[in-house]
Write a protein that binds this ligand. Sequence first.
Ligand SMILES: Cc1cc2nc3c(=O)[nH]c(=O)nc-3n(C[C@H](O)[C@H](O)[C@H](O)COP(=O)(O)O)c2cc1C
Length: 167
Amino acid sequence: MKKISIIYGTCTDHTKEAAELIASKLSQFNPELHNVADCGAEQFEQSDFLILGTSTWGCGDLQDDWGDMLDKLSGANLTGKQVALFGLGDSSGFSDTFVDGMGELYHFFSDKGCNIVGHVPTDGYSFDESTAVVNDEFIGLPLDMDNEEDQTEERVESWVSELKPLL
Ligand SMILES: Cc1cc2nc3c(=O)[nH]c(=O)nc-3n(C[C@H](O)[C@H](O)[C@H](O)COP(=O)(O)O)c2cc1C
């Protein structure tokens, strides 16, 4: 059985809540759930399938604890791992940098030779710009707990059902 880890970085617990919801939907696969602030490179190296979540702060910046983690991962060998990304953001207040933190994770883990899965169409989201959009689709699951919390459950359910055949 593949070892699945869900690892999140959060400042006000929105990404933690989303991570817990994703974990509950995947309970039959026994995923591990970690705050990235408590992780070392081994959590990444020892997992087969990584589900990674970040919020976006400042103006398009990755959540702080992730910045520290990416430094720690600079020498890690993650080639060939499957990675699914989710990002928390505010599509109304930060429409020009919507979930850019997720875009940053995408570039880092792609450059590390990971296989990024779980892309999501942009339909149904209202925003101006996002570095998390590549080839006209989101490279992971965007969630907006500030304005569209009522859609979170359905968005997670649909995304998780796409991931399950890969687990
Ligand atoms: C000062 C500030 C800056 C933010 N910057 C962005 C941003 O550039 N892009 C974005 O999509 N969301 C931005 N947000 C929204 C947060 O990412 C959003 O509230 C998220 O749900 C927080 O998740 P967390 O509690 O897990 O950290 C910002 C929020 C604040 C308060």
